[in-house]
Design a binder for this molecule. Structure first.
Ligand code: F6P
Length: 322
């Protein structure tokens, strides 16, 4: 194999640049040529390729976002789009593709590689941490640190005014950002889609704590929680009129910013291992880290929905938030 291409696709995540840097530098060290594909699969279809060298990835390990840019490509999910993308790869003599992204990126890679025989290697880059085959996805650690920092600030107002804040965090249909963000910020409760009946539990808690002195409360609500944060806030306001209730939606601040050291190291390790995987002729797998060891998972398995959260963590959250 002589030429590889690299792209980032789907939502950007802090640490994607660190992963690109690791792939490019390892590939060059191993005598491979690297092309960058701009705007993910959309750029693959459009032939938006740039050549990359060791210098092109200087000074990016600390930068959030992705310097290759990204998109969510609807065209790539069509037969015609995939065929055009394949023709572009052939035209540019690409022997293998490294795709950095999440769920949607790997679904695309899975469909593409079932039809066209150009090997793909996936690198898990998403703040959601919702992929099988890696303990952590690149971007998750930075995102949960951003959540904790933001909630610490909200806590100042909650305490000063004895308010109840419902803070919505990202995660698509997964509650992992809410879970760790909630534990780390000492939230009084978390509402996540994986846990059934948690609205009811929240109401019980508020009822029970009614007479307690400490009235400031933080409830972290995953964006995938049924009903959504505003509807839940309405219910809370109706049932608990004495609480001064507010909603804060953290939104895209969770996707931005300089990656934490954990994310930079994770991205470097996985990026390095991705090139080694290509050289050893592995194909159509996502590279992750499980129990501190490099792990390979098929695209199909990587995107399976995780619907159970470690019950011990949930129990601990309950005990500590009392
Ligand atoms: O997958 C990352 C993520 O930030 C999710 O947590 C969120 O649901 C989604 O992307 C938001 O996507 P967009 O930026 O396209 O609105």
């Amino acid at each position: 194999m002589k030429n590889i291409a690299i792209l980032t696709s789907g939502g950007d995540a802090p640490g994607m640049n660190a992963a690109i840097r690791a792939v490019v530098r390892t590939a060059i060290y191993r005598n491979l040529q690297v092309l960058g594909i701009k705007y993910g699969y959309e750029g693959m279809i459009n032939g938006d390729f740039i050549s990359l060298n060791a210098e092109s990835v200087s000074g990016i390990i600390n930068r959030g976002g992705t310097f290759l840019k990204t998109s969510r490509s609807a065209r790539f999910m069509t037969e015609e789009g995939m065929k055009t993308a394949y023709d572009q790869l052939v035209k540019n003599n690409i022997d293998g593709v490294v795709a950095i992204g999440g769920d949607g990126t790997f679904r695309g890679a899975n469909e593409f590689t079932a039809k066209y025989h150009i090997p793909f290697i996936g690198i898990p880059g998403t703040i959601d941490n919702d992929l099988i085959g890696t303990d952590y996805t690149i971007g998750y650690d930075t995102a949960i640190n951003t959540v904790v920092e933001a909630v610490d600030k909200i806590r100042d107002t909650a305490e000063s005014h004895d308010r109840l804040f419902l803070v919505e965090v990202m995660g698509r249909d997964a509650g992992l950002i809410a879970l760790k963000g909630g534990i780390g910020s000492g939230a009084e409760a978390i509402l996540i889609p994986e846990s059934k009946n948690d609205h009811h539990k929240l109401f019980e808690k508020l009822e029970k704590n009614w007479g307690r002195k400490k009235n400031s409360k933080i409830v972290i609500v995953a964006e995938g929680e049924p009903g959504g944060v505003y509807k839940i806030a309405e219910e809370v306001k109706k049932k608990f009129r004495n609480y001064d209730t507010r909603v804060t939606v953290l939104g895209h601040i969770q996707r931005g910013g300089s990656p934490t050291c954990m994310d930079r190291v994770l991205a470097s390790r996985i990026g390095f291992a991705a090139v080694e995987a290509i050289i050893s002729e592995k194909k159509d797998v996502v590279v992750g880290i499980v129990n501190n060891k490099i792990n390979y998972t098929s695209f199909k398995d990587a995107v399976k929905h995780i619907d159970e959260i470690d019950p011990q963590l949930m129990e601990m959250m309950e005990v500590l938030s009392n």
